[in-house]
Write a protein that binds this ligand. Structure first.
Ligand code: GAP
Length: 501
Protein backbone atom coordinates (compact mmCIF):
# COMPACT_ATOMS: atom_id res chain seq x y z
CA UNK A 1 0.00 0.00 0.00
CA UNK A 2 1.15 3.54 -0.63
CA UNK A 3 1.86 5.69 2.40
CA UNK A 4 -1.23 7.93 1.97
CA UNK A 5 -3.52 4.94 1.55
CA UNK A 6 -2.08 3.21 4.60
CA UNK A 7 -2.34 6.32 6.75
CA UNK A 8 -5.95 6.87 5.60
CA UNK A 9 -6.81 3.30 6.62
CA UNK A 10 -5.12 3.62 10.01
CA UNK A 11 -6.85 6.95 10.61
CA UNK A 12 -10.25 5.60 9.56
CA UNK A 13 -9.88 2.68 11.97
CA UNK A 14 -8.91 5.06 14.76
CA UNK A 15 -5.37 3.75 15.17
CA UNK A 16 -3.80 7.18 14.96
CA UNK A 17 -4.36 10.70 13.73
CA UNK A 18 -2.52 14.02 13.65
CA UNK A 19 -2.30 15.65 17.04
CA UNK A 20 -4.31 18.85 17.61
CA UNK A 21 -6.20 17.96 14.45
CA UNK A 22 -9.03 20.42 15.17
CA UNK A 23 -6.43 23.21 15.02
CA UNK A 24 -5.06 21.98 11.72
CA UNK A 25 -2.57 19.54 13.27
CA UNK A 26 0.92 19.98 14.73
CA UNK A 27 3.75 18.84 12.47
CA UNK A 28 5.48 15.69 13.60
CA UNK A 29 3.01 14.94 16.42
CA UNK A 30 0.48 12.11 16.30
CA UNK A 31 -2.12 10.76 18.74
CA UNK A 32 -2.82 7.05 19.04
CA UNK A 33 -6.46 5.95 19.31
CA UNK A 34 -7.69 2.82 21.11
CA UNK A 35 -6.40 0.23 18.63
CA UNK A 36 -3.12 2.09 18.10
CA UNK A 37 -2.51 2.47 21.84
CA UNK A 38 -3.12 -1.23 22.38
CA UNK A 39 -0.89 -2.23 19.44
CA UNK A 40 1.91 0.04 20.63
CA UNK A 41 1.72 -1.43 24.15
CA UNK A 42 1.91 -4.97 22.77
CA UNK A 43 4.96 -4.06 20.67
CA UNK A 44 6.60 -2.60 23.78
CA UNK A 45 5.71 -5.70 25.80
CA UNK A 46 7.10 -7.99 23.10
CA UNK A 47 10.29 -5.90 22.96
CA UNK A 48 10.70 -6.10 26.76
CA UNK A 49 9.96 -9.85 26.82
CA UNK A 50 12.72 -10.40 24.26
CA UNK A 51 15.46 -7.93 25.15
CA UNK A 52 15.03 -7.52 28.90
CA UNK A 53 14.50 -11.29 28.80
CA UNK A 54 18.08 -11.79 27.55
CA UNK A 55 19.41 -11.92 31.13
CA UNK A 56 18.26 -12.00 34.75
CA UNK A 57 20.46 -8.95 35.26
CA UNK A 58 18.62 -6.77 32.75
CA UNK A 59 15.96 -4.47 34.20
CA UNK A 60 13.39 -1.93 33.02
CA UNK A 61 13.39 1.51 34.66
CA UNK A 62 11.50 4.76 34.15
CA UNK A 63 13.78 7.79 34.39
CA UNK A 64 12.69 11.45 34.00
CA UNK A 65 12.14 12.85 30.52
CA UNK A 66 13.71 16.23 31.27
CA UNK A 67 17.49 16.54 31.38
CA UNK A 68 19.33 19.41 33.11
CA UNK A 69 21.65 21.30 30.78
CA UNK A 70 24.77 19.87 32.47
CA UNK A 71 23.67 16.40 31.34
CA UNK A 72 23.34 17.23 27.65
CA UNK A 73 26.54 19.26 27.74
CA UNK A 74 28.43 16.25 29.11
CA UNK A 75 26.71 13.78 26.79
CA UNK A 76 27.78 15.82 23.77
CA UNK A 77 24.23 16.49 22.58
CA UNK A 78 24.48 20.24 23.09
CA UNK A 79 27.41 20.37 20.72
CA UNK A 80 26.87 17.47 18.34
CA UNK A 81 23.20 16.55 18.15
CA UNK A 82 22.61 18.51 14.99
CA UNK A 83 21.29 18.03 11.49
CA UNK A 84 22.49 20.14 8.56
CA UNK A 85 19.71 22.58 7.66
CA UNK A 86 19.43 24.45 4.38
CA UNK A 87 17.14 27.44 4.01
CA UNK A 88 15.74 28.93 0.84
CA UNK A 89 16.62 32.60 0.61
CA UNK A 90 13.65 33.17 -1.69
CA UNK A 91 10.70 31.63 0.21
CA UNK A 92 12.44 31.16 3.61
CA UNK A 93 11.48 27.49 3.89
CA UNK A 94 13.88 25.31 5.88
CA UNK A 95 14.89 21.77 4.85
CA UNK A 96 17.11 18.98 6.06
CA UNK A 97 20.09 18.89 3.73
CA UNK A 98 19.20 15.21 3.18
CA UNK A 99 15.88 16.25 1.63
CA UNK A 100 17.50 18.70 -0.80
CA UNK A 101 20.06 16.08 -1.86
CA UNK A 102 17.60 13.17 -1.84
CA UNK A 103 17.54 12.58 -5.61
CA UNK A 104 21.27 12.91 -6.24
CA UNK A 105 22.43 11.19 -3.03
CA UNK A 106 19.84 8.68 -1.83
CA UNK A 107 22.27 7.23 0.74
CA UNK A 108 21.98 10.45 2.80
CA UNK A 109 24.46 13.08 3.93
CA UNK A 110 25.97 11.45 7.04
CA UNK A 111 29.69 12.12 7.11
CA UNK A 112 29.63 15.06 4.67
CA UNK A 113 30.88 18.44 5.87
CA UNK A 114 28.74 21.59 5.30
CA UNK A 115 31.19 22.66 2.56
CA UNK A 116 30.87 19.31 0.77
CA UNK A 117 27.07 19.51 0.95
CA UNK A 118 27.10 23.09 -0.35
CA UNK A 119 29.35 22.00 -3.23
CA UNK A 120 26.92 19.25 -4.29
CA UNK A 121 24.00 21.69 -4.07
CA UNK A 122 25.80 24.14 -6.31
CA UNK A 123 27.33 21.73 -8.87
CA UNK A 124 24.09 19.76 -9.26
CA UNK A 125 22.11 23.01 -9.41
CA UNK A 126 19.64 21.82 -6.81
CA UNK A 127 16.50 23.80 -6.16
CA UNK A 128 14.18 24.61 -3.28
CA UNK A 129 11.50 21.86 -3.17
CA UNK A 130 8.97 24.52 -2.22
CA UNK A 131 9.45 27.40 -4.69
CA UNK A 132 12.03 26.05 -7.15
CA UNK A 133 14.57 28.80 -6.44
CA UNK A 134 18.30 28.00 -6.58
CA UNK A 135 19.04 30.53 -3.83
CA UNK A 136 19.83 27.92 -1.21
CA UNK A 137 21.93 28.69 1.86
CA UNK A 138 25.11 26.92 2.98
CA UNK A 139 24.02 24.26 5.52
CA UNK A 140 24.07 25.26 9.17
CA UNK A 141 24.14 22.89 12.11
CA UNK A 142 20.64 22.90 13.63
CA UNK A 143 20.41 21.45 17.15
CA UNK A 144 17.51 19.04 17.37
CA UNK A 145 16.86 19.30 21.10
CA UNK A 146 13.86 21.06 22.61
CA UNK A 147 15.13 23.48 25.26
CA UNK A 148 13.02 24.41 28.26
CA UNK A 149 12.97 27.09 30.89
CA UNK A 150 13.14 25.12 34.07
CA UNK A 151 11.91 26.31 37.47
CA UNK A 152 10.20 29.56 38.46
CA UNK A 153 13.06 31.92 37.71
CA UNK A 154 13.35 30.54 34.18
CA UNK A 155 17.12 30.90 34.49
CA UNK A 156 17.89 27.20 34.67
CA UNK A 157 18.05 25.51 31.30
CA UNK A 158 16.85 21.98 30.71
CA UNK A 159 16.06 19.84 27.66
CA UNK A 160 13.52 17.21 26.72
CA UNK A 161 15.55 14.04 26.34
CA UNK A 162 16.59 13.40 22.73
CA UNK A 163 17.13 9.68 23.47
CA UNK A 164 15.90 7.49 26.35
CA UNK A 165 19.43 6.11 26.74
CA UNK A 166 20.57 9.09 28.83
CA UNK A 167 18.30 8.02 31.73
CA UNK A 168 20.08 4.65 31.87
CA UNK A 169 23.53 6.29 32.05
CA UNK A 170 22.38 8.69 34.77
CA UNK A 171 20.96 5.76 36.75
CA UNK A 172 23.96 3.46 36.32
CA UNK A 173 25.61 4.21 39.70
CA UNK A 174 22.31 3.74 41.55
CA UNK A 175 21.51 0.55 39.63
CA UNK A 176 24.96 -0.78 40.51
CA UNK A 177 24.37 -0.03 44.20
CA UNK A 178 20.93 -1.59 44.41
CA UNK A 179 21.81 -4.56 42.21
CA UNK A 180 24.15 -7.56 42.30
CA UNK A 181 27.22 -5.42 41.63
CA UNK A 182 28.08 -7.56 38.65
CA UNK A 183 28.62 -6.96 34.95
CA UNK A 184 27.05 -7.22 32.48
CA UNK A 185 24.21 -5.11 33.83
CA UNK A 186 21.35 -4.15 31.53
CA UNK A 187 19.23 -1.04 32.04
CA UNK A 188 16.28 -0.64 29.68
CA UNK A 189 13.91 2.28 29.15
CA UNK A 190 10.75 2.46 27.06
CA UNK A 191 9.45 5.97 26.69
CA UNK A 192 9.20 9.20 24.77
CA UNK A 193 12.14 10.94 23.14
CA UNK A 194 11.83 14.43 21.68
CA UNK A 195 13.55 15.93 18.67
CA UNK A 196 12.83 19.20 16.96
CA UNK A 197 13.13 17.58 13.53
CA UNK A 198 13.69 20.17 10.78
CA UNK A 199 11.25 18.48 8.45
CA UNK A 200 8.95 15.93 10.11
CA UNK A 201 7.52 13.62 7.48
CA UNK A 202 6.42 10.14 6.49
CA UNK A 203 3.94 10.02 9.40
CA UNK A 204 5.53 7.90 12.16
CA UNK A 205 9.02 8.01 10.63
CA UNK A 206 10.22 11.45 11.48
CA UNK A 207 8.22 12.61 14.46
CA UNK A 208 9.00 15.31 16.99
CA UNK A 209 7.82 13.19 19.92
CA UNK A 210 8.25 9.44 19.52
CA UNK A 211 8.73 6.32 21.59
CA UNK A 212 12.02 4.49 21.85
CA UNK A 213 12.72 1.17 23.54
CA UNK A 214 16.42 1.03 24.39
CA UNK A 215 18.53 -1.43 26.32
CA UNK A 216 21.94 -0.27 27.54
CA UNK A 217 24.19 -3.18 28.47
CA UNK A 218 27.07 -2.11 30.72
CA UNK A 219 29.94 -4.56 30.48
CA UNK A 220 33.60 -5.21 31.14
CA UNK A 221 35.28 -5.07 27.69
CA UNK A 222 37.88 -7.61 28.79
CA UNK A 223 35.23 -10.16 29.91
CA UNK A 224 31.89 -10.01 28.13
CA UNK A 225 31.29 -13.73 27.72
CA UNK A 226 28.28 -14.57 25.63
CA UNK A 227 27.06 -18.06 24.61
CA UNK A 228 28.19 -17.42 21.04
CA UNK A 229 27.62 -21.05 20.00
CA UNK A 230 23.86 -20.31 20.08
CA UNK A 231 24.17 -17.96 17.13
CA UNK A 232 27.37 -19.22 15.47
CA UNK A 233 25.58 -20.79 12.48
CA UNK A 234 22.91 -18.14 12.14
CA UNK A 235 23.15 -16.48 8.73
CA UNK A 236 22.69 -12.73 8.92
CA UNK A 237 21.70 -10.39 6.05
CA UNK A 238 24.53 -7.89 6.36
CA UNK A 239 25.38 -5.01 4.07
CA UNK A 240 28.93 -4.13 5.07
CA UNK A 241 30.80 -0.94 4.25
CA UNK A 242 33.07 -2.28 1.45
CA UNK A 243 30.09 -3.82 -0.33
CA UNK A 244 28.16 -0.57 0.01
CA UNK A 245 31.13 1.35 -1.35
CA UNK A 246 31.10 -0.98 -4.35
CA UNK A 247 27.57 0.25 -5.06
CA UNK A 248 25.68 -2.81 -3.74
CA UNK A 249 22.39 -2.33 -1.94
CA UNK A 250 21.41 -5.93 -1.35
CA UNK A 251 22.70 -7.69 1.76
CA UNK A 252 24.80 -10.86 1.80
CA UNK A 253 23.80 -13.80 4.00
CA UNK A 254 26.86 -14.31 6.19
CA UNK A 255 27.14 -16.81 9.09
CA UNK A 256 27.71 -15.12 12.45
CA UNK A 257 30.93 -17.15 12.76
CA UNK A 258 32.39 -15.39 9.68
CA UNK A 259 31.67 -11.96 11.12
CA UNK A 260 33.84 -12.67 14.17
CA UNK A 261 36.77 -14.13 12.22
CA UNK A 262 40.15 -12.63 13.25
CA UNK A 263 40.14 -8.87 12.72
CA UNK A 264 36.35 -8.88 12.53
CA UNK A 265 33.61 -7.83 14.91
CA UNK A 266 33.64 -8.79 18.61
CA UNK A 267 31.63 -11.89 19.60
CA UNK A 268 29.50 -9.95 22.08
CA UNK A 269 28.50 -7.57 19.30
CA UNK A 270 27.58 -10.24 16.75
CA UNK A 271 25.73 -12.27 19.42
CA UNK A 272 23.45 -9.28 20.11
CA UNK A 273 23.17 -8.41 16.42
CA UNK A 274 21.91 -11.96 15.81
CA UNK A 275 19.38 -11.69 18.64
CA UNK A 276 18.20 -8.38 17.29
CA UNK A 277 17.79 -9.89 13.84
CA UNK A 278 15.83 -12.79 15.36
CA UNK A 279 13.53 -10.32 17.12
CA UNK A 280 12.66 -8.62 13.84
CA UNK A 281 12.26 -11.93 12.01
CA UNK A 282 10.69 -14.22 14.62
CA UNK A 283 8.84 -11.86 16.95
CA UNK A 284 7.69 -9.04 14.67
CA UNK A 285 7.70 -11.54 11.80
CA UNK A 286 9.08 -9.28 9.11
CA UNK A 287 10.03 -11.59 6.23
CA UNK A 288 13.77 -12.31 6.44
CA UNK A 289 14.31 -11.21 2.84
CA UNK A 290 13.01 -7.73 3.69
CA UNK A 291 15.52 -7.17 6.49
CA UNK A 292 19.09 -5.94 6.14
CA UNK A 293 21.73 -5.11 8.73
CA UNK A 294 23.28 -1.95 7.38
CA UNK A 295 26.78 -1.15 8.59
CA UNK A 296 27.60 2.52 9.09
CA UNK A 297 31.09 3.72 8.19
CA UNK A 298 33.43 5.73 10.43
CA UNK A 299 32.16 9.01 9.05
CA UNK A 300 28.49 8.03 9.08
CA UNK A 301 28.20 6.70 12.63
CA UNK A 302 26.55 8.66 15.44
CA UNK A 303 29.17 10.66 17.35
CA UNK A 304 29.17 8.24 20.31
CA UNK A 305 29.47 4.96 18.36
CA UNK A 306 32.40 2.66 17.60
CA UNK A 307 30.40 0.03 15.73
CA UNK A 308 26.92 0.60 14.30
CA UNK A 309 24.63 -1.60 12.25
CA UNK A 310 21.16 -0.24 11.58
CA UNK A 311 18.33 -2.73 11.26
CA UNK A 312 16.48 -1.79 8.10
CA UNK A 313 13.26 -3.25 6.73
CA UNK A 314 12.03 -2.80 3.18
CA UNK A 315 8.71 -1.00 3.32
CA UNK A 316 6.48 -0.71 0.28
CA UNK A 317 4.70 2.36 1.63
CA UNK A 318 7.98 4.30 1.91
CA UNK A 319 9.63 2.95 -1.25
CA UNK A 320 12.62 1.19 0.21
CA UNK A 321 14.66 0.13 3.21
CA UNK A 322 14.03 2.15 6.39
CA UNK A 323 15.87 2.13 9.71
CA UNK A 324 13.68 0.64 12.45
CA UNK A 325 16.33 -0.07 15.07
CA UNK A 326 20.08 -0.46 15.58
CA UNK A 327 22.88 -2.05 17.55
CA UNK A 328 25.40 0.51 18.82
CA UNK A 329 28.72 -0.19 20.49
CA UNK A 330 29.24 3.07 22.39
CA UNK A 331 32.46 2.06 24.18
CA UNK A 332 33.13 3.98 27.39
CA UNK A 333 31.93 7.24 25.82
CA UNK A 334 28.83 7.68 27.97
CA UNK A 335 30.06 6.80 31.44
CA UNK A 336 33.34 8.58 30.67
CA UNK A 337 31.57 11.81 29.70
CA UNK A 338 29.09 11.67 32.58
CA UNK A 339 31.90 10.85 35.01
CA UNK A 340 33.71 14.00 33.91
CA UNK A 341 30.57 16.13 33.74
CA UNK A 342 29.25 15.16 37.17
CA UNK A 343 32.60 14.81 38.91
CA UNK A 344 31.50 11.34 40.14
CA UNK A 345 33.67 8.33 39.58
CA UNK A 346 31.46 5.93 37.62
CA UNK A 347 34.01 3.14 37.49
CA UNK A 348 33.28 -0.13 39.31
CA UNK A 349 35.39 -2.87 40.86
CA UNK A 350 35.55 -6.12 38.88
CA UNK A 351 35.68 -9.48 40.75
CA UNK A 352 39.46 -9.45 40.10
CA UNK A 353 39.66 -6.31 42.27
CA UNK A 354 40.54 -4.21 39.24
CA UNK A 355 38.74 -0.88 38.72
CA UNK A 356 37.16 -0.34 35.33
CA UNK A 357 34.84 1.98 33.52
CA UNK A 358 32.11 -0.17 31.93
CA UNK A 359 31.53 -0.03 28.21
CA UNK A 360 28.05 0.19 26.71
CA UNK A 361 26.33 -1.88 24.07
CA UNK A 362 23.05 -0.26 23.10
CA UNK A 363 20.15 -2.10 21.45
CA UNK A 364 17.81 0.61 20.23
CA UNK A 365 14.35 0.29 18.71
CA UNK A 366 11.84 2.82 17.38
CA UNK A 367 8.39 1.80 18.58
CA UNK A 368 6.37 4.11 16.30
CA UNK A 369 8.39 3.21 13.23
CA UNK A 370 7.67 -0.44 13.93
CA UNK A 371 3.95 0.20 14.40
CA UNK A 372 4.08 1.59 10.87
CA UNK A 373 6.30 -1.26 9.69
CA UNK A 374 3.87 -3.85 11.06
CA UNK A 375 1.06 -2.18 9.14
CA UNK A 376 3.12 -1.93 5.97
CA UNK A 377 4.24 -5.55 6.03
CA UNK A 378 1.27 -7.41 7.53
CA UNK A 379 -1.79 -5.40 6.43
CA UNK A 380 -3.07 -6.05 2.95
CA UNK A 381 -5.67 -7.48 0.64
CA UNK A 382 -6.65 -11.14 0.49
CA UNK A 383 -9.08 -11.18 -2.41
CA UNK A 384 -11.91 -8.91 -1.36
CA UNK A 385 -11.05 -8.74 2.30
CA UNK A 386 -8.50 -6.52 4.03
CA UNK A 387 -6.59 -8.52 6.61
CA UNK A 388 -3.95 -7.47 9.10
CA UNK A 389 -1.98 -10.65 9.75
CA UNK A 390 -0.36 -9.43 12.93
CA UNK A 391 1.27 -12.05 15.14
CA UNK A 392 -1.55 -12.83 17.65
CA UNK A 393 0.44 -11.54 20.64
CA UNK A 394 0.69 -8.11 18.96
CA UNK A 395 -2.96 -7.81 18.01
CA UNK A 396 -4.74 -4.90 19.75
CA UNK A 397 -7.82 -7.10 20.20
CA UNK A 398 -7.25 -10.81 20.73
CA UNK A 399 -10.84 -12.01 20.43
CA UNK A 400 -13.98 -10.59 18.87
CA UNK A 401 -17.11 -11.90 20.57
CA UNK A 402 -20.33 -11.82 18.59
CA UNK A 403 -23.91 -12.80 19.38
CA UNK A 404 -25.35 -14.23 16.15
CA UNK A 405 -28.75 -12.72 16.96
CA UNK A 406 -28.18 -9.53 18.94
CA UNK A 407 -31.19 -10.09 21.20
CA UNK A 408 -31.35 -13.82 21.98
CA UNK A 409 -27.65 -14.48 22.14
CA UNK A 410 -26.44 -11.24 23.75
CA UNK A 411 -26.63 -12.23 27.44
CA UNK A 412 -24.44 -15.32 26.90
CA UNK A 413 -22.05 -13.44 24.60
CA UNK A 414 -21.69 -10.52 27.01
CA UNK A 415 -20.99 -12.91 29.89
CA UNK A 416 -18.41 -14.72 27.77
CA UNK A 417 -16.76 -11.43 26.78
CA UNK A 418 -16.57 -10.42 30.46
CA UNK A 419 -15.10 -13.79 31.45
CA UNK A 420 -12.42 -13.56 28.76
CA UNK A 421 -11.61 -9.95 29.67
CA UNK A 422 -11.47 -10.99 33.32
CA UNK A 423 -8.85 -13.56 32.47
CA UNK A 424 -6.66 -10.86 30.93
CA UNK A 425 -7.56 -11.35 27.25
CA UNK A 426 -8.31 -8.24 25.15
CA UNK A 427 -11.88 -8.61 23.90
CA UNK A 428 -14.09 -6.60 21.59
CA UNK A 429 -17.83 -7.27 21.82
CA UNK A 430 -19.59 -6.55 18.55
CA UNK A 431 -23.27 -6.99 17.86
CA UNK A 432 -23.63 -4.58 14.92
CA UNK A 433 -24.38 -5.68 11.35
CA UNK A 434 -24.06 -9.06 9.69
CA UNK A 435 -21.55 -11.62 10.93
CA UNK A 436 -19.64 -11.10 7.67
CA UNK A 437 -19.27 -7.37 8.41
CA UNK A 438 -18.14 -8.10 11.96
CA UNK A 439 -15.50 -10.55 10.70
CA UNK A 440 -14.36 -7.92 8.19
CA UNK A 441 -13.95 -5.28 10.91
CA UNK A 442 -11.92 -7.68 13.03
CA UNK A 443 -9.78 -8.86 10.08
CA UNK A 444 -8.86 -5.27 9.31
CA UNK A 445 -7.95 -4.61 12.96
CA UNK A 446 -5.74 -7.72 13.06
CA UNK A 447 -7.90 -9.67 15.55
CA UNK A 448 -6.68 -13.28 15.33
CA UNK A 449 -9.77 -15.00 16.82
CA UNK A 450 -13.52 -14.44 16.56
CA UNK A 451 -16.14 -16.24 18.60
CA UNK A 452 -19.80 -16.48 17.71
CA UNK A 453 -22.56 -17.39 20.14
CA UNK A 454 -25.53 -18.90 18.31
CA UNK A 455 -28.61 -21.10 18.71
CA UNK A 456 -26.51 -24.23 19.24
CA UNK A 457 -24.86 -22.57 22.26
CA UNK A 458 -28.18 -22.20 24.05
CA UNK A 459 -30.03 -25.31 22.81
CA UNK A 460 -30.11 -28.47 24.89
CA UNK A 461 -27.88 -31.10 23.36
CA UNK A 462 -24.23 -32.03 22.97
CA UNK A 463 -23.21 -28.56 21.78
CA UNK A 464 -24.77 -26.62 24.64
CA UNK A 465 -22.43 -23.86 25.89
CA UNK A 466 -20.15 -24.31 22.89
CA UNK A 467 -19.28 -21.48 20.47
CA UNK A 468 -17.79 -21.14 17.00
CA UNK A 469 -14.12 -20.18 17.06
CA UNK A 470 -12.89 -18.68 13.80
CA UNK A 471 -9.22 -18.26 12.88
CA UNK A 472 -8.34 -15.02 11.07
CA UNK A 473 -5.67 -16.42 8.76
CA UNK A 474 -7.11 -19.78 7.71
CA UNK A 475 -10.76 -18.64 8.13
CA UNK A 476 -11.36 -22.15 9.53
CA UNK A 477 -14.11 -22.55 12.12
CA UNK A 478 -14.52 -25.10 14.87
CA UNK A 479 -16.87 -25.72 17.75
CA UNK A 480 -15.27 -25.19 21.18
CA UNK A 481 -16.77 -25.33 24.71
CA UNK A 482 -16.96 -21.72 25.95
CA UNK A 483 -15.28 -22.74 29.20
CA UNK A 484 -12.17 -23.90 27.25
CA UNK A 485 -11.76 -20.78 25.12
CA UNK A 486 -9.34 -18.85 27.34
CA UNK A 487 -7.02 -21.86 27.68
CA UNK A 488 -7.16 -22.47 23.91
CA UNK A 489 -6.33 -18.89 22.99
CA UNK A 490 -3.87 -17.79 25.67
CA UNK A 491 -0.71 -19.60 24.46
CA UNK A 492 -0.89 -17.72 21.15
CA UNK A 493 -0.97 -14.41 23.03
CA UNK A 494 2.38 -14.79 24.75
CA UNK A 495 5.26 -13.07 22.94
CA UNK A 496 8.32 -15.27 22.30
CA UNK A 497 11.25 -15.02 24.70
CA UNK A 498 14.88 -15.80 23.94
CA UNK A 499 16.21 -19.02 25.42
CA UNK A 500 18.45 -18.36 28.45
CA UNK A 501 19.15 -22.00 29.23
N1 GAP B 1 20.02 6.02 21.66
C1 GAP B 1 20.40 5.94 20.32
C2 GAP B 1 19.54 6.66 19.41
O1 GAP B 1 18.70 7.45 19.84
P1 GAP B 1 18.88 6.94 16.91
O2 GAP B 1 19.32 6.21 15.69
O3 GAP B 1 18.97 8.42 16.87
O4 GAP B 1 19.76 6.36 18.11
C3 GAP B 1 17.09 5.19 17.59
O5 GAP B 1 17.40 6.52 17.26
C4 GAP B 1 15.79 4.77 16.94
O6 GAP B 1 14.76 5.71 17.26
C5 GAP B 1 15.86 4.77 15.41
O7 GAP B 1 16.34 3.52 14.93
C6 GAP B 1 14.41 4.99 15.03
O8 GAP B 1 13.74 3.74 15.00
C7 GAP B 1 13.86 5.84 16.16
N2 GAP B 1 13.78 7.26 15.76
C8 GAP B 1 14.79 8.14 15.69
N3 GAP B 1 14.35 9.36 15.32
C9 GAP B 1 13.01 9.25 15.14
C10 GAP B 1 11.97 10.17 14.75
N4 GAP B 1 12.23 11.45 14.53
N5 GAP B 1 10.70 9.69 14.67
C11 GAP B 1 10.42 8.40 14.93
N6 GAP B 1 11.36 7.50 15.30
C12 GAP B 1 12.64 7.90 15.41
Amino acid sequence: MKSDELFALLRRRGLLWPSAEIYGGAQGLYDYGPLGTALKRRVEEAWAAWFVGLSHDYHLIEPAEILPEAVVRASGHLENFTDPEITCEQCHSAFRAETILEKVRPEGVDGLSPTEIAEIVSTRQLRCPNCGSMALSVPRAFNLMFGLEFGVTGKERAYLRPETAQGSYLSFARMWDVGRKALPLGVAVIGKAYRNEIAPRQVLFRMRAFTQAELQIFFDPAHFDVPFERVRDEKLPVLRVPRREAGEETPEWVPASDLVAPGGLPEFYVYHLAHTFRFFRDVLRYPADRIRLFEKSDSERAFYNRIQFDVEVRLESLNGFKELGAVHYRGDYDLGRHGQGSGKDLSVTAPSGEKLLPHVLELTFGVDRNVWGLADVHLGKDGERTVWRLPPYLAPVAVGVFPLMPKEHAPFALRLADDLAGSGIAVQYDAAGTIGKRYARMDEAGTPFCVTVDGRTLADGPERDSVTLRDRDSKSQERVPASELAARIRPALLPPRPSRA
